[in-house]
Ligand binder design. Structure first.
Ligand code: FDA
Length: 416
């Protein structure tokens, strides 16, 4: 039997960070992970360079059933705080795009920094270590400062005053993702917002997609939107054609908002007035319509676009001056307001994150403690999902920090 103040389950971004802070505040911390290696998602993130935060983080960059929940933690541990930590460790970084910060060298720098912070807090780490059962032994808050949880592990029984669940979401199961956190929530009667893949490529009916599958690998800037007038959301980002559908930053962003069975809308030439351009071209040019379009979009896309005309009752494979106004207007409308309904997503195999999770209505926004005394949830297992661009790691740091502060306040407070 081993005694700790707190057992943190999951040595990913949130768990490692929380462990380091809690340990340095004076708590006896055990950090366990069922994988041999810690922080596999940090290792593969941002193409190996880890987009570790976003300078412009605001609560509006997060999706949750309870959108105000994330405000408190995000305001108490900001991107500036995490940048200061990197500077303390001499880690070089750069801004790439829209406030997104990446390591100059490698994501491994972030992992080593988090491990060093854990060492500074004398955190005990067990990995691989599998956990079997968690039991709550105390029922009154007074008893919480003694051992109140008992956990069966393959390294023996653990006794601790508090348990922090930091097991992340379901995406990329082959590197350690599990539903452990959701099962713990259910065990203690804490509700879940149904988990779903997010930041994920969208797929389409194979036959309907056939004309576009040949564009696989093609990327271009677009405006992409979903939702109705009231809840419409749009992003100006790159789109990538794939064999099975659409990917790229714009599609990943919209996928987190997309509801099954509803359409998405794309403007493939967001910086141009396509109708106006084609009308002027008709008056002055004898070029093929595809050649005129190639000034706005990649020529492979222009060729595919005009080839669709026949199926839609138009002849777009002709010189622009020979086309009717109606047919040019239809072409412009289809290019700037292409509406299509995905059949699904590439699922957890390819999703960067899991949206949904432990319902924040049963968590304290100050400390991440749940209604079950002494049981905390942090990071992606919670129903707070960031946009693409470093926001999910910022949530991992911020929720981990709030939790560590809350644990210290509760467990290190002088006894009355
Ligand atoms: P995380 O998944 O990091 O850690 C959970 C840990 O719990 C893992 O170590 C796992 O092994 C462990 N665990 C699970 N089940 C367990 C069990 N039963 N027992 C013990 N341990 C268990 N975000 C971002 O902001 N910038 C980026 O650049 C990227 N890039 C990116 C790329 C790819 C390919 C993916 C898949 C994801 C990203 N993300 C990202 C998202 C980001 O990685 C993610 O949101 C955070 O890692 C979440 O941190 P957590 O600590 O909550 O979970």
């Amino acid at each position: 039997m081993q005694n700790f103040d707190v057992t943190i389950i999951g040595a990913g971004a949130a768990g490692l960070f929380c462990a380091g802070v809690a340990g340095q505040l004076g708590l006896r911390v055990l950090l366990v992970d069922h994988s041999e290696k810690v922080a596999e998602k940090i290792r593969i993130s941002g193409g190996g360079r880890c987009n570790f935060t976003n300078r412009d983080t605001t609560p509006a960059n997060f999706i949750s059933d309870n959108p105000r929940f994330c405000r408190s933690a995000l305001s108490r541990y900001t991107p500036r705080d995490f940048i200061a930590l990197l500077e303390k460790h001499g880690i070089a970084f750069h801004e790439k795009h829209k406030g997104q910060l990446f390591c100059d060298r490698s994501a491994e720098d972030i992992i080593q920094m988090l491990l060093a912070e854990c060492d500074a807090g004398h955190v005990t780490r067990w990995q691989p270590c599998s956990l079997k059962a968690i039991r709550h032994l105390a029922s009154s808050p007074r008893e919480i400062s003694t051992s109140s949880y008992e956990i069966d592990s393959d390294r023996g029984v653990i006794h601790c005053a508090a348990v922090v669940v930091a097991t992340g979401g379901l995406s990329i199961p082959k590197i350690g993702a599990s539903d452990f956190g959701y099962r713990v929530a259910k065990q203690f009667d804490l509700p879940l917002i149904t988990p779903r893949p997010a930041l994920v490529p969208l797929t389409f009916d194979e036959a309907a997609w056939a004309p576009f599958a040949q564009l696989s690998g093609l990327s271009l800037p677009v405006k992409i939107e979903t939702g109705n007038k009231k809840d419409k959301i749009a992003f100006l980002e790159d789109l990538l054609f794939t064999h099975r559908g659409l990917s790229g930053p714009g599609v990943l962003q919209i996928s987190s908002y997309w509801e099954s069975g509803t359409p998405i809308r794309l403007n493939l030439a967001p910086d141009a007035d396509v109708a106006d351009l084609l009308t002027s071209a008709k008056a002055t040019s004898r070029k093929l319509i595809a050649n005129e379009l190639a000034a706005l979009v990649p020529s492979r896309l222009a060729d595919t676009w005009v080839a669709q005309g026949a199926a839609l009752g138009h002849n777009w494979a002709r010189p622009v001056n020979e086309a009717t106004d109606k047919s040019l207007a239809a072409l412009a409308e289809r290019l700037s307001r292409w509406e299509l309904t995905p059949t699904g997503t590439e699922g957890y195999r390819k999703a960067e994150v899991t949206a949904g999770g432990v319902d924040t209505r049963v968590l304290s926004s100050q400390t991440m403690e749940s209604k079950q005394p002494g049981l905390y949830f942090i990071g992606e297992v919670v129903d707070v999902t960031g946009w693409l661009g470093g926001y999910n790691f910022q949530w991992a740091w911020a929720s981990g920090f709030a939790c560590a502060q809350g644990l210290a306040a509760k467990l290190l407070a002088p006894s009355p």
